[in-house]
Design a protein. Structure first.
Lengths: 163, 410
């Protein structure tokens, strides 16, 4: 059973166009290519299942992003998480080994932030989400978003601004 | 410092992606698991649909699903949102015998190891679990008394989930199982666990989404009688709508379900979070609650109501050469049929459809279904559940239903 051909073609077009960006977001949030791949794949599988509804509403990217962010939260919060095999032989991060990281100052500084500060900064200052949108995405209230963002930015500035 | 520019230039692209065909195939597999071989299902976040199933034996829960489609037509919430799965291997004798105090007293099952799983998870694995392809399994001798499909809120990192009330040797346990790469297992003992003491299985199931996603815990409070109430609003024992005192009402639609004034859709904010709720006056009958979405609340209400009254079903049926539909299990009888009705939104080129009137033989009346087929194989169906507000009125003929569908669409 699959999506109808036209819907599947649209899904494939979306994935081809956006998977780079979405995995970079996942990587910025979790700091690990393998996990970023897992997060993206999990999100894309769910997107496929819900594609007709989401495509009609134009919410494909927001949906995937939300799953990435929340799944990442889950990975950290759920003590009862179960690990399971990924794609059958198609996991490039595993198949080819992790690439040599070109870890930038920004990436290092970002990873040094607490999880929620990191996510708030990425959502607000890379993806351009509003405070309200970020609050919804992270499941926290707007005041907390402001607080996380402010503290995160302060630390990034301290690291990234030339002395 | 232009942070956006820094992100764009300094976050690398990363290694090669999973090939697109593999991504699509993974999606197809998930879709098959969701819909099963002969059913179309959609998930309504946090809608609790309960089926009381009495089963003893070994094997797939999917076998149990097949026995109850007749109940699905009784009311919009009476039937389970089944996800039939193909027959698969049964649990083997390698499954350890559970001991209810410590949960596990045998060797690990084939998918677990002593080192990998803590006892609580091993316990759940032993009593019921998802197979690798998403088929549900239960241990020999375990009785399933209640089941809720997909109780977690949309957006969680799993492909499917289920809450089960299991009975074994006179003891009751509640299990929440997730299928997917990041799936988990949660076990509760309604007798011994203080966290769920006094709670009904229905209520526990409703809270599973927030339980597994702490960022979205539903608000709860004790009402005047000391009963723990989950959500922003509820109907009390007298059928009166109660709204939390600390909830800020943002929008409200009265009786969207046409339940003689006993349903409401509410957008309300509690502790800085806006929640959208749809509920009806009969306790546990309808209860949908989500954090506010990106769209318009009224559109969300329309969608929920529409999905509720067009609940997909999980039937097994065959399509004859002449397009005649028959149910394999004989539990439903097709009493009238319009083959290939003019409903272009339901099919694509190469697909056929039929609008049928079915009778469950239970005395609950007849109701229409839309069936889609491809190459004489069943592809999906939408059960057109009668709105409670329309009950008591004269039943529509298939021609009237068709006219309505042509005018209203879905």
């Amino acid at each position: 059973m699959s999506l109808k051909p036209a819907a599947e073609a649209a899904y494939a077009e979306f994935v081809a166009a956006r998977q780079n960006h979405l995995r970079r977001v996942a990587y910025a949030i979790c700091g690990d290519w393998h996990q970023a791949d897992d997060l993206l794949q999990t999100a894309l599988v769910k997107l496929y299942v819900a594609w007709p509804r989401l495509h009609r509403a134009g919410r494909e990217e927001a949906y995937v992003r939300q799953i990435i962010v929340r799944a990442n939260i889950d990975l950290h919060r759920r003590p009862w998480r179960r690990e399971a095999p990924g794609l059958d032989g198609h996991d490039p991060a595993v198949r080819e080994g992790l690439p040599v990281e070109e870890r930038s100052a920004l990436f290092e500084a970002l990873q040094a932030l607490p999880e929620m500060q990191r996510k708030a900064v990425v959502l607000r200052h890379w993806l351009g989400l509003s405070v309200a949108e970020t609050a919804r995405e992270l499941g926290i209230n707007e005041g907390t978003v402001k607080s996380h963002t402010s503290r995160g930015l302060e630390k990034l500035h301290a690291v990234l601004t030339p002395q | 410092m232009n942070l956006k520019e820094l992100f764009e230039t300094q976050i690398p692209v990363g290694p090669e992606h999973t090939p697109l065909p593999a991504r699509i195939e993974a999606g197809r597999r998930a879709l098959r698991r969701r819909r099963g071989y002969a059913a179309g299902t959609t998930s309504i976040a946090a809608v609790v649909t309960l089926a009381v199933l009495t089963m003893v034996g070994n094997g797939d829960l999917s076998a149990d699903r097949d026995s109850s489609p007749a109940t699905a037509s009784e009311s919009p919430t009476a039937g389970p949102t089944y996800t039939p799965a193909p027959p698969d291997e049964e649990l083997t004798s390698a499954i350890p015998v559970a001991n209810w105090a410590g949960c596990v007293s045998g060797p690990p099952s084939d998918e677990t190891s002593e080192e990998e799983f803590e006892p609580e998870r091993r316990c759940a694995d032993d009593m019921a679990k998802y197979g690798t392809e998403g088929q549900l399994k239960r241990r020999d001798g375990v009785q399933v008394s209640r089941r809720v499909d997909d109780p977690v809120i949309d957006g969680d990192a799993v492909e499917a989930s289920v809450a089960l009330e299991l009975i074994y040797d006179g003891h009751t346990k509640w299990y929440f199982l997730e299928h997917g790469e990041h799936g988990g297992v949660l076990v509760a003992d309604p007798v011994k666990d203080e966290a769920v003491a006094g709670m009904s299985f229905d209520t526990w199931a409703k809270q599973l989404g927030p339980l597994t996603d702490p960022g979205h815990r539903y608000p709860e409070m004790k009402d005047a009688e000391g009963v723990t109430r989950v959500g922003t609003a509820w109907y009390d024992q007298d059928g009166e709508l109660m709204i939390r005192e600390d909830a800020e009402e943002i929008d409200r639609v009265d009786d969207p379900l046409a339940y003689d004034g006993r349903s409401v859709a509410l957008a309300a904010e509690v502790d800085g979070t806006e929640w959208w709720t749809l509920l009806s006056g009969d306790p546990g009958q309808h209860w949908v609650m989500e954090p506010a979405g990106d769209g318009d609340f009224r559109d969300w209400v329309d969608t929920q109501v529409r999905e509720l009254y067009t609940k997909p079903s999980g039937f097994r049926l065959t399509v004859a050469e002449n397009g005649e539909i028959k149910f394999e299990d004989g539990l439903l009888e097709v009493v009238d049929q319009i083959t290939n009705p003019d409903l272009d939104w339901f099919t694509e080129p190469g697909e056929q459809s039929a609008l049928i009137m079915v009778d469950s033989g239970t005395g609950s009346g007849q109701h229409p279904m839309l069936v889609r087929t491809r190459n004489h194989l069943f592809d999906g169906a939408i059960e057109l559940v009668q709105s409670p507000g329309r009950r008591g009125q004269e039943e529509e003929t298939l021609e009237q239903v068709l006219t309505r569908l042509q005018n209203e669409g879905l």
